[in-house]
Design a protein. Sequence first.
Length: 196
Amino acid sequence: MLGAAVLRRALAAGHDVTVLARDASKFGADVQNARIVAGDVRTADLAPLLAGQDAVIQSLGVGGKGDGRPTDICATGVRRVLAAMGTRPVRLIAVSNTGVQGSGGLIVRALPLFVRWLRPIVDDKEQMEAVLRASGARWTAVRMPGLADRKPKGKPRFSGNGKGLGFSVSLENAADVLISLAGSHRYIREAVSISD
């Protein structure tokens, strides 16, 4: 869902895009003028995919609510992307979750304690952010609340600690933030939270 929105918005902005997706068929007509590669970030040969790229937008996730079991797709994916990047100055934007590292208001921080499917997702994103912090890369973790497939409610709002934000962000706003940060020097080696 988010990956397809990023692809559409990036192509509309005139970017050359390469996509690695477990299910390449979900992009449908959006694949025109983009290179779509079917594969799993945990096993694919990433070096050829990153050759010549200025930025990587990682929008990995378990899909929907997941199954409530532990997962490491984001942490493993970021480790593998960082290894494939090597020492090249590629900008890495990684999608994270509000609630990670105590971000967000009290309700957001407490949700993983009560919602069975959310805890493994937050755990994986926390591991992913630890991998990013330990790297020397030019990364930004973008912590998002729930994604909403609707028109944006105004421009996206940013917060360093996740407080004072809403409970959702539109796919369009989320995609635009990721693309904007990929070409920016803002929030280098930082996590930032967004919402509508």
